[in-house]
Design a protein around this ligand. Structure first.
Ligand SMILES: [Fe+2]
Ligand SMILES: [Fe+2]
Length: 328
């Protein structure tokens, strides 16, 4: 007798309609879907795509700041940056593990990233030109990541939601270390203050693009919200980020590069200028200033370190004894 599969129930097990009903009831009750549960194929595919894209962003996101590890201005700054970049590697690992609970294969996901068949966040395709960029990435990029990821702690898929809880705690450290670095620089020389302002000028708009296209140009959002994978729309999260960040910019003493940015008393929120969506589309489709470098470096890391993967697999197979086949 063969075991029932997820997509083809055997005789005596519930039919697809009742499985769908149970899935819908779980979502409606705000309970979690777990790996053992039946789920619609579209839900599984959407999650794999989103979690993979998120995992790729964590791993590729190590590069812009990693470039500064050997040029950190002090031992203290180097230790902080090293801890932060290592955290991002850990985030990638939790997320690839979450994708694996959905039947995805981590090596296959990496191949798809390198071949350009899966995306990562557009933000990591910009260069880090000075050490102030390290601070601004922590403040703005990790700050935007927090806005995006805190609601994901309530995502309907259990392993993803649980991974996000730890990720968000670490992101909060990332944001603070960035802000603390910028506060230090703003208390320094005119040249240091100018470096911070220049970094803010370059990273502000790309940070707003991190929330993705506007709601009326985001075709998959409605379904993701209905499934409880996403909790707020792109524009809602972007607005939350702007409202949170403007007072922090004032306290820091920098100017956000948007002449249209004003507080709207009646609406109780900030209004801001038009985002250059043509730039966003260029960068996300591979034409950003650093896309080729990021992917080439990821490819080299995969190829140069293949012997480690092979050795680990051989070691696992040896220790699995009679179950060598499953370890391979
Ligand atoms: Fe992260
Ligand atoms: Fe981070």
């Amino acid at each position: 007798m063969s075991a029932p599969t997820l997509d083809r129930p055997a005789a005596g097990t519930p039919d697809e309609a009742s499985l769908q009903e149970r899935f819908d009831a779980t979502i409606a009750a705000e309970h979690r879907i777990e790996p053992r549960d039946w789920m619609p194929e579209g839900y599984r595919k959407t999650l794999v795509r989103q979690i993979a894209q998120h995992a790729h962003s964590e791993i590729i996101g190590m590069q812009p700041e990693g470039d500064w590890l050997l040029a950190a201005p002090s031992l203290r700054r180097k230790a902080i940056l090293l801890a932060k970049v290592q955290d991002e590697a850990g985030h990638g690992m939790y997320l690839y593990s979450a994708a694996e609970t959905l039947g995805a294969d981590r090596a296959d996901l990496t191949d798809k990233l390198i071949e350009g068949r899966q995306k990562y966040s557009s933000i990591f395709n910009y260069p880090t030109l000075t050490y102030a960029d390290v601070g601004v990435i922590g403040w703005l990029v990790d700050g935007a990541a927090i806005c995006n990821q805190v609601p994901l702690c309530r995502s309907s898929y259990g392993p993803y939601a649980r991974a996000m809880i730890r990720v968000c705690k670490e992101e909060s450290f990332h944001q603070r270390q960035g802000y603390e670095l910028l506060m230090t620089m703003m208390g320094g020389t005119d040249e240091q203050r100018a470096m911070v302002q220049d970094a803010v000028d370059r990273w502000w708009w790309p940070s707003l693009m991190m929330f993705g296209p506007p709601d009326d140009d985001s075709p998959n959002s409605a379904q993701s919200m209905a499934w409880g994978i996403k909790r707020h729309s792109n524009d809602e999260l972007r607005q939350r980020f702007v409202d949170m960040t403007v007072p922090q910019a004032e306290f820091l003493g920098v100017t956000l590069p948007d002449p249209d940015l004003v507080w709207d008393e009646a609406a109780g929120r900030h209004r801001f200028g038009a985002i250059d969506w043509a730039e966003f589309k260029r960068v996300i489709s591979g034409e950003g200033p650093m896309n080729a470098v990021r992917v080439a470096r990821r490819r080299a890391a995969r190829d140069d370190n293949a012997w480690v993967t092979e050795a680990a697999a051989a070691h696992a197979a040896k220790h699995a004894g009679g179950h060598a086949g499953s370890a391979a």
